[in-house]
Design a protein around this ligand. Structure first.
Ligand code: NAD
Ligand code: UDP
Ligand code: UDP
Length: 322
């Protein structure tokens, strides 16, 4: 038996046809594991994973995790959940069901198979933060009643469920708090800032800045993020929650200017109303990830933007399918 086969695992990735999930499935296959991708294709796309079907260790199942799922696997990555404000606010009740019922089902599965389970949580658990940068010990500043609440409170409830299955049932958990991530295979219509600005710049359309553009975000390139996921899952020193993101902070106006400059675009910047409860600033403190996982991001914004621009350029030229 080849050495890597000793470590070959059957890994379930929920939300595997989405932006992050499709990159994770690829990396797990590359590491020699069997991958079962479960997705209801709400925001995910078959085109994100079609290149994986040639691999006999890859399998995809259309399923909604708000319903129970009985499969035999060794480990679970729970990524299923719409992530962009446009999509998670389209059907807020379904978003909460996915966070809560979906987590209960995946935790029930983890409990039965006695397998490790990873939760894709989010910096949104910090809400519009009063502490900056955000450390894992900060409890957050979250509106429980607003349009973002289905997602923010859903992800908070999911973290609670993970901690309670851990304490009450001994389930081996990992919780990653993901900060804004970008890269190839982002959905072109999901309204997130990087995809919007890059597509607008490539098409010479106005760049739509919400508010005055002084709000900040810290953007992590997808390959760095997946490295962080795998490191968190592999080690046993911390279960999290662990911030995974790039601590380099930019204003939204700086991002717009970079998108215009790097595409050589003639697009103009236009200013539109700021959405309700839009966080003013966001930057991860990644001390825990550095110390416990030996992880930090390697790809900085310009390099990551170049790769993302190249992807959307091909997509818009019809050289890739959506
Ligand atoms: P995405 O929308 O591209 O992927 C989510 C996937 O989950 C999609 O394929 C979708 O079809 C699937 N899905 C949704 N509800 C489902 C359900 N009930 N049952 C089965 N499948 C379902 O988003 P993404 O950016 O890849 O995000 C993946 C995870 O990471 C999400 O849990 C998200 O909350 C989290 N996250 C992402 C970011 C980011 O910047 N991308 C930041 C913080 C957290
Ligand atoms: N569950 C699942 N797959 C499994 C095991 C459980 O989907 O392999 C679901 C199960 O249907 C239940 C949920 O997970 O609704 C929580 O399971 P748990 O064992 O914690 O609770 P109980 O079954 O006692 O309600
Ligand atoms: N944003 C913007 N123009 C856009 C899309 C988003 O100015 O076309 C802003 C948005 O208001 C927010 C930031 O960019 O301040 C990040 O938005 P995104 O939806 O990508 O992520 P999130 O708000 O969840 O961090």
């Amino acid at each position: 038996m080849a050495e890597h086969q000793l470590f070959r695992k059957r890994v379930l990735v929920t939300g595997g046809a989405g932006f992050l999930g499709s990159h994770l499935c690829q990396r797990l296959l590359d590491a020699g594991h069997d991958v079962l991708c479960v997705d209801n294709y709400y925001t995910g796309r078959r085109s994100n994973i079609e290149h994986l079907f040639a691999n006999s260790r890859f399998e995809a199942l259309r399923h909604d995790i708000t319903a129970p799922l009985f499969v035999e696997v060794d480990e679970i990555f729970n990524l299923a959940c719409p992530a962009s404000p446009v999509h998670y606010q389209f059907d807020p009740v379904q978003t909460l069901k996915t966070c809560v019922h979906g987590s209960i089902n995946m935790l029930g599965l983890a409990k039965r198979i006695k397998g490790k389970i990873f939760q894709a949580s989010t910096s949104e658990v910090y809400g519009d933060p009063l502490v900056h940068p955000q450390l894992e010990s900060y409890w957050g500043h979250v509106n429980p009643l607003g349009p973002r609440s289905c997602y923010d409170e859903g992800k908070r409830a999911a973290e609670t469920l993970f901690m309670d299955y851990h304490r009450q049932h001994g389930v081996d958990i990992r919780i990653a708090r993901i900060f804004n991530t970008y890269g190839p295979r982002m959905h072109p219509n999901d309204g997130r800032v990087v995809s919007n600005f890059v597509i607008q710049a490539l098409q010479g359309q106005d760049i739509t800045i919400y508010g005055d553009g002084s709000q900040t975000r810290s953007f992590c390139y997808v390959d760095d993020l997946i490295d962080g996921f795998l490191k968190l899952m592999e080690q046993s020193g911390t279960i999290g929650p662990c911030n995974i993101g790039n601590p380099n902070e930019f204003t939204i106006r700086q991002l717009a200017e970079a998108a215009v400059e790097m595409t050589g675009s003639r697009s103009k910047l236009v200013y539109l109303p700021l959405p309700t409860d839009d966080p003013k600033q966001r930057q991860p403190d990644i001390t825990l990830a550095r110390e416990a996982l030996g992880w930090e991001p390697a790809v900085q914004l310009r390099e990551g933007l170049e790769r993302t621009i190249a992807y959307f350029d091909q997509l818009l030229a019809g050289k890739r399918s959506i």
